[in-house]
Design a protein. Structure first.
Length: 437
């Protein structure tokens, strides 16, 4: 490199350099040859990634504990990682949502990690609440600046936020040396030390808001109301799964609604009842919503009442793995449309085999239970259960059930969860709709 860079270096193997040049933003510890730094490296600090022959590859956040040793922020050697840089990234993310989601952004994923250039950061909007999750040490120590800029840019769009809730209660944070916790976020003052690291001091006010007078409180009630596909939901950002509500299936629920008219529907793993409610709103004859969690069942029932759909719905607290075989054993076929939207059965490559068995079990039983001409909607939200493996499982289940699958639609996550083709980890949701013949 001809110009002197301000950041220390990680010298990367040829394999690692090819990986980065192919567009992936992660550099694993096994691809680091050596570290060149005048001082002891600090967790979360900015480092340049450089090839063995000295070629600049990118700049990112160092992680001293994770196997992902560097998460790239940029491959542009001219970038400076100041407030203007992060504000620009936030503006890009918000403008993208306004384009691809139109007016449908009151319940929306605003930042989707690496897909939006924010390593390890998720921010969801639920009406007047934001929910965040941070899985990168470098992002964690800069979140005060990022959150402030996000609120400022939202306010420019006329969006007022009354609270930001952190759902950092995930075990994967330990891999970054970060604690697990959840709770309302309080803004902190931001300072920069000589190493370029952002440090914070907790305060009761928001002293670093030079652009606009933004204030944010810590509301006592972590529940808000959203509208999705014309259906009202109460979202509990403190106790709900993930960040409180699964936004990625928004348009897949509409696809189910379009097919539901006159059908007897079984919605398995209903959670807060979202697929079931869309089916009922689509004028299904009757919908049965099932979940193993009584809390989830109660929430789904309340959502049905809120939307005036209770008269053609019932709710069952049961294990789907037991319930489907019980219908078959009784030789009952009360449903002609079954929806399978289970939680991720695998979160690592090591357990893909057992996860495949779980997916096959529920899909096989659903295919056996449905009559000829019935409909099946089936999903997987695990990145490790690839499209190819999921389709292989479906073919095997259909063969064992003695049925054929007529494909109606193949869908993925909503566009507020953008997929980067050079980052396979961003492509995780698979959603198939079939007719059983």
């Amino acid at each position: 490199m001809k110009t002197q860079r301000p950041y220390p270096k990680l010298i990367i193997t040829k394999k690692g350099a090819a990986w980065v040049q192919g567009g992936h933003p992660w550099i694993y510890e096994g691809e680091v040859i050596r570290m060149e730094s005048p001082d002891a490296p600090q967790n979360g600090s900015l480092f340049d990634a450089v090839s063995e022959n000295g070629r600049y590859l990118g700049t990112g956040f160092l992680s001293l504990e994770s196997k992902i040793r560097l998460r790239l922020l940029s491959t542009n050697a001219n970038d400076t990682f100041d407030e203007a840089f992060f504000r620009r990234r936030i503006r890009y993310a918000l403008d993208y949502r306004k384009t691809v989601m139109g007016d449908d952004i009151s319940a929306c994923r605003l930042i989707f990690g690496e897909s939006d250039g924010f390593p390890g950061l998720t921010v969801d909007r639920f009406n007047d609440l934001l929910v965040s999750q941070v899985l990168s040490y470098g992002t964690e120590i800069r979140k005060d600046l990022i959150y402030r800029l996000l609120l400022e840019e939202l306010e420019k769009d006329g969006v007022k936020i009354r609270g930001l809730y952190e759902r950092n209660d995930v075990a994967i944070r330990k891999l970054e040396g970060l604690p697990e916790y959840k709770g309302w976020y309080r803004f902190r003052s931001i300072k920069e030390n000589a190493s370029g690291l952002l440090v914070t001091e907790i305060t009761e006010t928001t002293p670093c808001l030079p652009v606009t007078e933004i204030t944010i409180t810590t509301p006592g009630v972590p529940v808000t109301e959203i509208t999705e596909n014309g259906i009202l939901y109460d979202v509990d950002v403190e106790n709900g799964q993930k960040t409180g509500f699964f936004l990625d299936q928004k348009y897949n629920r509409l696809a189910v609604s379009r097919l539901a008219k006159g059908k007897h529907v079984l919605d398995c793993f209903t959670h807060t009842g979202s697929f079931a409610l869309n089916a009922a709103k689509g004028r299904a004859e009757h919908v049965t919503a099932v979940d193993i969690s009584q809390t989830a069942v109660d929430m789904a029932r309340r959502n049905a009442e809120k939307n005036g759909l209770s008269d053609r719905m019932d709710f069952v607290c049961a294990d789907v793995f037991d319930l489907l075989p019980s219908y078959i054993e009784k030789k009952q076929r009360p449903f002609d449309f079954i929806i399978l939207d289970p939680p991720a059965f695998t979160k690592s490559r090591k357990t893909v085999g057992s996860a495949e068995k779980g997916y096959k079990e529920i899909n096989l039983r659903a295919m056996q239970l449905l009559p000829r001409g019935g409909y099946l909607a089936t999903a997987s939200c695990s990145h490790f259960m690839s499209h190819e493996l999921f389709e292989k499982m479906l073919r095997s289940a259909a063969k064992d059930a003695g049925v054929s699958l007529k494909q109606i639609e193949v869908r993925q996550q909503a566009p507020d969860h953008p997929i980067l083709w050079n980052v396979p980890e961003t492509d995780y949701l698979k959603f198939y709709i079939f007719q059983i013949i």
